[in-house]
Design a protein around this ligand. Structure first.
Ligand code: CAA
Ligand code: NAD
Length: 284
């Protein structure tokens, strides 16, 4: 397995657009695809304005910024991923939809390429089983926002090869990240611990322990978290949080992981968080 020079990112939402930006800024050739054309254009616009901000703030030279934009191409067709060295999928947190995508990609992408999933919680072993290359499937879990957060969690599936692991680790380090390794259990390390806290914050709000502001201030000022748990849930997306909590509940089989009814109710009502202007809080 040679050095990774090109990346295909699937999903141009919060995570995919951040991963594509990070890869392009670090000199990789990047294809970005989203099945929704409006999301794809929004992703490209967001990336170019964020690169502009990096230039304005002096974090990137004008030349490096232009080079990053030249490294990045968007496409409405997955066929353009035929020659990439690695695919990083960052689509909706659904095992069924991710498996369908991997089946499709398996027929298109060159046999030596790695399939990495940015899943927050879903079994890498099960995603790998949908492909003809399970030894080349791995979890590469970036944190939100990917250009800023320092961590990538790497998850080996039951059949992930040492070569796949080493190439993915090398890529994460080239992108400036510290890596941690998790076994393939629901929610891995970060969400196994983070999501029960977020779910508990919803329970505290639901049962009237305190206001949302006091719950968040309690954790921000009382435990030095950069965001309170409810604010963080809005940042992640309440739909994403609910999907992860459901995977924890199903995969670990303990009622302590059951989603709080208030979180379910907000998602049912279309309150998805910052991304659509209303979650626990409203955004102007
Ligand atoms: N993309 C790129 N850069 C961004 C960004 C984005 N979406 N959002 C903020 N930034 C940059 C800003 O430009 C700024 O850069 P400079 O320091 O160079 O000026 C820097 O980040 C800090 O931003 P702000 O000053 O606007 O705001 P802040 O100081 O409040 O920081 C934050 C924002 C980094 C998001 C911070 O609030 C934070 O760390 N929050 C917690 C985030 C967190 O916990 N993420 C992990 C969630 S769990 C997860 O991701 C896993 C999962 O599967 C759900
Ligand atoms: P998002 O809703 O912001 O974006 C998902 C994007 O995927 C959308 O633009 C959608 O149009 C696109 N999409 C959906 N199905 C597709 C398909 N079959 N083919 C191509 N594009 C498709 O979601 P997000 O928050 O960026 O999360 C994406 C993934 O990253 C999920 O697996 C999530 O669990 C994981 N993740 C999320 C966070 C977070 O904080 N939001 C952090 C780490 C990991």
């Amino acid at each position: 397995m040679g050095e990774i020079r090109s990346v295909g990112v699937v999903g141009g939402g919060q995570m995919g657009s951040g991963i594509a930006q990070l890869a392009a800024v670090n000199g990789l050739q990047v294809w970005l695809h989203d099945s929704d054309s409006a999301s794809l254009s929004k992703a490209m616009n967001n990336i170019s304005s964020r690169i502009q901000t990096l230039i304005t703030k002096g974090h990137l030279t004008k030349e490096k910024g232009s080079e990053a934009l030249r490294n990045l191409r968007c496409t409405s067709s997955l066929e353009d991923f035929c020659c990439v060295d690695i695919v990083i999928e960052a689509i909706v947190e659904s095992e069924e939809v991710k498996k369908k995508l991997f089946v499709q990609l398996d027929k298109i992408v060159k046999p030596s390429a790695i399939f990495a999933s940015n899943t927050s919680s879903i079994s890498i072993t099960r995603l790998a089983s949908a492909t003809s290359r399970p030894s080349q499937v791995i979890g590469m879990h970036f944190m939100n926002p990917p250009p800023v957060m320092k961590l990538v969690e790497i998850i080996r599936g039951a059949n992930t090869s040492e070569d796949t692991f080493n190439a993915t680790k090398f890529l994460a380090e080239r992108l400036g990240k510290k890596i941690i390794c998790s076994k393939d259990f629901a929610g891995f390390i970060v969400n196994r611990i983070l999501m029960p806290m977020i779910n508990e914050a919803f329970h505290a709000l639901y049962s009237g322990v305190a206001t949302k502001e006091d719950i968040d201030d309690g954790m921000k000022l009382g435990t030095n978290h950069p965001m309170g748990p409810l604010e963080l849930a809005d940042h992640i997306g309440l739909d994403v949080c609910l999907s992860i909590i459901k995977v924890l509940h199903a995969g670990l089989g303990d009622t302590k992981y059951a989603p709080c009814p208030l979180l379910v109710h907000y998602v049912d009502a279309g309150r998805l968080g910052r991304k659509n202007g209303i979650g626990v809080y409203e955004y102007g």
